[in-house]
Design a protein around this ligand. Structure first.
Ligand code: BV8
Length: 243
């Protein structure tokens, strides 16, 4: 299941980069971005809700969607895939984790060098000035407002159409270009510019390993595609490489 070539490459690697997506949190019970939404959210497409336009059109709906997701994300635990990535970081001299995920499961599992491309669902800021807010009163029927500037409060995530944190993508592109090995794990590789990171590695002839139960647009281009669940494959890799 884990080719010897990968075991040798990872054992000798000095610099390893990992890109994760919602699939890494799936086995913790966090629905991925493209899983059918459940309950009252079933009729909404996440990509239609995760935008500034959706929020301006219906601040209460989008605020409540994030409140529901924050509550869900607050109840789950890291799975063996998250733990294995934290263990990999301990063994590899120079390791960087770039995640599209907005939950805190990589942090909870012990990963240290984490770059968040799409923000943090537990963070709350105001829409106009991005004042970070720790606690708020919620009157029924509308999102809470900023005590400093009075604008609506929103989740501290990167919406579609919003820029990623300054320098995050450039840092990731530079890092993977000089890596010995890059993993792309649990992502549909559909959302840019995050999806460009493994492609940058391939363009620099850096080996890329994809871990995903399904095919993605980069599957045919990667050096190795391990078809399965990250919570099962990653612990196996750690076991084979570092015993
Ligand atoms: C921007 C936070 C410009 C919110 C999210 C080209 C270049 C640049 C931009 C674009 C471009 N083309 C299109 C765009 C626009 C857009 C985009 O990419 N659209 C897509 C839909 C085509 N990109 C943007 O808008 C980005 N911003 O470009 O700004 C700019 C510049 C300057 C100034 C102003 C603007 C911002 C994108 C960020 C959007 N925010 N999240 C929130 O969470 O509510 S993205 C969202 O999708 C999540 O972060 C999620 O992580 C991400 C990607 O999805 P995945 O993580 O891959 O999850 P998904 O469900 O898709 O797939 C799960 C995978 O896991 C599947 O493959 C499945 O098979 C697998 N899986 C399932 N179980 C397991 C598993 N794998 C392993 N183990 C398992 N057990």
């Amino acid at each position: 299941m884990i080719p010897q070539s990968l075991i040798n490459l990872l054992r000798d690697a000095k610099r390893v980069a990992v890109l994760t997506g919602a699939g890494v949190s799936a086995e913790s019970g966090v629905p991925t971005f493209r899983d059918a939404q459940t309950g009252l959210w079933a009729k909404y497409e996440p990509t239609e809700l995760a935008t500034p336009e959706a929020f301006k059109a219906d601040p209460e709906l989008v605020w409540n969607w994030y409140a529901w997701r924050r509550e869900l994300a607050g109840k789950v635990q890291p799975n063996p895939g998250h733990v294995a990535l934290a263990q990999m970081e301990q063994h590899v001299p120079d390791f960087a984790l770039f995640t599209q995920n907005v939950d805190d499961l990589h942090d909870q599992a012990g990963s240290q060098n984490i770059t968040r491309f799409h923000g943090n669902i537990f963070g709350v800021k105001c829409f106009d000035q991005h004042h970070m807010i720790d606690n708020w009163d919620q009157l029924p029927g509308t999102p809470p407002t900023c005590p400093q500037c009075g604008s609506w409060l929103r989740s501290d995530v990167v919406w579609f159409g919003e820029a990623l944190p300054d320098g995050a993508i450039e840092t990731a592109a530079d890092y993977v270009r000089s890596a010995d090995l890059v993993f792309s794990i649990g992502t549909s590789s559909l959302v840019y510019p995050a999806a460009a990171v493994p492609i940058e590695a391939l363009n620099a002839s850096v080996p890329v390993v994809e871990i995903n139960p399904n095919e993605t647009p980069i599957t045919e281009h990667v050096s190795l595609a391990l078809r399965g669940k990250s919570g099962e494959i990653l612990p196996l890799i750690i076991e084979k490489v570092w015993g």
